[in-house]
Structure formats: C-alpha cells, structure tokens
Ligand binder design. Structure first.
Ligand code: GDP
Ligand code: IMO
Ligand code: MG
Length: 425
C-alpha cells in the first residue's frame, strides 16, 4: 500500500474507523491528519467496542506507530479520557505520538463554540460543540496555542496572555465572564505533565518511514460534504476532510500518496444541519436509522438518513481521486424491498449531475432510479459470490456511477465482516 489515505465520501460516519482498524493490521504507521474530537470512529474488534475521537484507529495493532498529526486539533482533556478507556481495555499506547505543531483545543474554545451556535439562532450549524471551529479560527488568525508550546512554560504564558486578551473581548461580547491567565496556565501545565513525553516533532517518524516504503495510512475525519471549501458551507466543519489536506496535515508530499480509499455507506446519513437532498422522512428512513443504529458516536444525536446519493459521491470521487471504494453497511439494506439511488438533482427547470453551491443545493430535489432489494442476510458473506445477485447489481451500479472500482464491502461492524475484492489490473 505504501501510502494509503482513507477518507469519507459522504457526510461523515461512513465507517472510516472500521476500515482503518482493518487496514492497520498491515500498517507500520497511521496518521490522523485533520479534525479533532468531533470525530466518532467506532471500532469493533477482539479488544471490544470503542468510539475513538482523536486516537488513530490503528492503535489496536501493537506494531503500528500512531500519530495525531499537525493538521488535527487536540483537546488534551478528552484525549486523556480516551487514552484511559483504551488502557483500561488493555490496549497498549506506547506507540502513540502527538505532533508538536497541532493546535490545542482549550476549554474556552468549547465555550465559544456553544455561544456562537446560540448566537446563530435560526441558522445553527449543529456543531458537535467540541470547540473545533473556534480552535481552527484561532489557528488561522495566528492566536492559537500549539501542543509544543505546552512544554515551554514561559513561551506558553506569553501565547496564552495574547490569546486571552482576544478571547476575553469575545466572551464579553457574549456577556460571558473573563478567563483568568493563571487558571488557564494551570490547566495547560497539567496537560503538559500528562502528555509532554508524547508531544514530538513528527517528521523524524514520518520521513524515514515514507522514504523506506513503509506502509502508511492517513486517516481522515468526516466527509467531503462537510469540507470547509467543498461541502455545504456554512454547514461544514472547519477543516478539509478531502485528501488534498492529508499531505499538509500529516507532513508528507502529495506525490507520496499513491492510494486513496473512499469510504461510502451503502445509503446516506448526516448529523447537523444543512442540505441533504436524499433525506427520508418516512418509514424507510426510520428503518435505516433503527437497523443501522444511526446515532452519533460523539453526541448521540439521531442521524438523518436517506438513500444513496451518487451525485455527492461523484463530487467526492473527483475531489479525492479515489483509487478504490470501501462500501460499508451493506447488511443494513438486507430485507428492504427496493432501494433508490439518487443519480441527479432537479434545480428549478434544469437537471444537474453535480453538487451546486449551498443556496442552490438547498433547493434541489433528487432524481432517483430504483433497484430491487434482497431478502438474504449478507452478514456472513466473505466473497463476492456469497452476495445475493441483487446486492451485486446494486454495488455494480454504485461503482459505475462513481467511476471507481470497489475494493472492500463491509457487511457488519466486526473487523472480519468484510469482503476484499480483486481490483481490475
Ligand atoms: P466513521 O466516523 O466514519 O468512523 O463512522 P462511525 O463509526 O461514526 O459510524 C459507522 C457505524 O457503523 C459504527 O457504529 C460502526 O460500528 C458501524 N459499522 C461499520 N461498518 C459496518 C457494517 O458494514 N455493517 C454494520 N451493520 N455496521 C457497520
Ligand atoms: P466522523 O469523523 C458526522 C458535523 C456536525 C456539524 C458539522 C460541524 O465521525 O465522520 P463541528 O463540530 O465539526 O464544528 O461540526 O460537522 N460533524 C460530523 N458529522 N461525523 C463526524 O465525524 C462529524 N464531525 C463533525 O454535526 O454538522
Ligand atoms: Mg463517526
């Protein structure tokens, strides 16, 4: 594989964590390249069931080095909780490293996230409330605090002082009380004591591995429809889940990435607000939510469910240049009488086959083709020929519409509930 990126091709929650856990069995290095603890990557394997937020999903392979990359934003408080849960389950964490250049999510970032959402009143984004937007805003505005700063108390104090002056003005605008420099310093020094040894310059880990042709996985968060630039802005996250950001976020040249696996759910789901053309408000949508257990791993919110949207996945395929697809949750469709696939959008009197800008996206209605479902359970399938014919036809159509071959089909949450297909030569 040498360098493989695993990215979301829809609205997030496609099963990226599940795929990275599987692929990491053969990986030397896994790097989370963007996002923060807004992610909820559920992994089910011999160690148990875990909802990972920041820790790369390769952590279960004791030989894999796992890095939280420069492009990520790290809340040390939630990271420490996550580490505690893994350690309690006997998962070794010796190979977990954090980039000294990654930005820190500080307690007031979460406060500001909540205050900003409240101020948006009718136009709420439905963020996860994890402080992601405010942290990336500070990063871009150059007021941010980086993990490496935690290890230099004098420098840290200067950075925080600069930061607090700004932040307290913002908090005052919202009528919230100011923050105290000594309190914030104490919190940060606590983080440094707990995590300091893991905070490193990650290039000395990444560079030799890539140069030596080691097997590297780049783990994305969320999906293209929530990409800051190419998603349904402003109903997006504050980083770029597309593979274009993986190079900067992980610290390797774009030309080093030779494989891009797009993870797609066999239907669509979204959490948070914004246009979602193939959303279902009927019994089929309710069934997908129930059978697919579609509740957010981070916030517990019910996910909005809908039919597979080939226009959205086509958008993702172009922007990411997928070399293959991993189709997940096929088993959730078992027993459905018929399935719909959105192949285009009607926008006023036009038919379009691309994702338009958000105000137009909010106006489109989906154009569907209908495919027969299947009754047989797929959860035990491990080869293409084990799948019902109607399931194969459905998968063929997904692949054809995306213009990308399918390499993996997941038929259950467990690590081995997966079919690996031969790619065309
Ligand atoms: P991620 O954020 O992209 O890693 O995806 P999530 O973990 O948030 O959501 C995917 C959910 O589907 C998790 O609860 C997984 O355990 C579960 N899952 C993954 N693959 C399959 C599958 O093939 N079948 C079923 N039934 N569940 C799956
Ligand atoms: P994974 O990695 C699904 C959504 C939120 C909201 C928008 C912005 O598990 O796929 P943010 O907190 O990032 O400012 O929220 O993005 N969102 C996710 N939706 N899965 C996620 O992560 C998400 N991370 C953020 O619901 O619409
Ligand atoms: Mg998720």
């Amino acid at each position: 594989m040498p360098v493989t990126a695993v990215v979301g091709a829809q609205w997030g929650d496609e099963g990226k964590g599940r795929m990275v856990d599987y692929l990491a069995q053969d990986a030397d290095l896994v790097i989370r390249f963007q996002g923060g603890d807004n992610a909820g990557h559920t992994v089910v394997n011999a160690h148990g069931k875990f909802a990972l937020h920041l820790i790369p999903s390769g952590i279960f392979n004791p030989f894999t080095v796992c890095i939280i990359g420069t492009g990520a934003v790290v809340n040390p408080a939630t990271l420490l909780e996550e580490m505690g849960a893994l350690e309690a389950a006997g998962v070794p964490l010796e190979n977990l490293w954090l980039s000294n250049r990654a930005h820190v999510v500080l307690p007031y970032h979460r406060m500001v996230d909540g205050l900003q959402e409240a101020a948006r009143s009718g136009a709420r984004i439905g963020t996860t409330g994890r402080g992601i937007g405010p942290t990336y805003s500070d990063k871009a505005a150059r007021f941010g605090v980086r993990l490496g700063d935690l290890k230099r108390p004098d420098y840290l104090r200067q950075r925080i002082a600069l930061h607090l002056e700004q932040k307290n003005r913002t908090l005052a605008l919202f009528g919230a009380p100011p923050l105290d420099l000594d309190d914030v310093m104490e919190t940060c020094l606590g983080y440094a004591r707990a995590l300091g040894d893991r905070i490193v310059d990650t290039l000395p880990l990444v560079q030799p591995a890539v140069r030596a042709g080691k097997r590297v996985l780049l783990e994305g968060q969320l999906g293209v429809m929530r990409d800051l630039d190419w998603g349904t802005y402003p109903y997006v996250t504050s980083s770029n889940p597309i593979v274009g950001a993986a190079s900067a976020g992980a610290g390797l040249p774009p030309s080093a990435i030779d494989r891009v696996v797009g993870v797609v759910k066999a239907y669509s789901t979204a959490v948070g607000a914004g246009p979602f053309p193939s959303e279902l408000d009927d019994a089929d949508g309710e069934r997908l939510r129930l059978v697919g257990a579609e509740y957010g791993a981070t916030t517990g919110r019910p996910r909005r469910c809908g039919w597979y949207d080939a226009v959205a996945v086509g958008h993702a395929a172009w922007l990411n240049g997928f070399t293959s697809l991993a189709v997940t949750k096929l088993d959730v469709l078992d027993g459905m009488r018929q399935l719909k696939v959105c192949t285009g959008y009607r926008l006023a009197d036009r038919v379009i086959d691309y994702v338009p800008d958000t105000p137009d996206m909010a106006e489109v209605t989906p154009i569907y083709e209908t495919w027969p479902g299947w009754d047989e359970p797929t959860t035990e399938a491990r080869d293409w020929d084990d799948l019902p014919k109607a399931a194969r036809t459905y998968l063929h159509r997904i692949s054809e519409l995306a213009g990308v071959p399918i390499e993996f089909v997941s038929v259950g949450a467990e690590r081995d509930q997966l079919l690996k297909l031969e790619l065309p030569a």
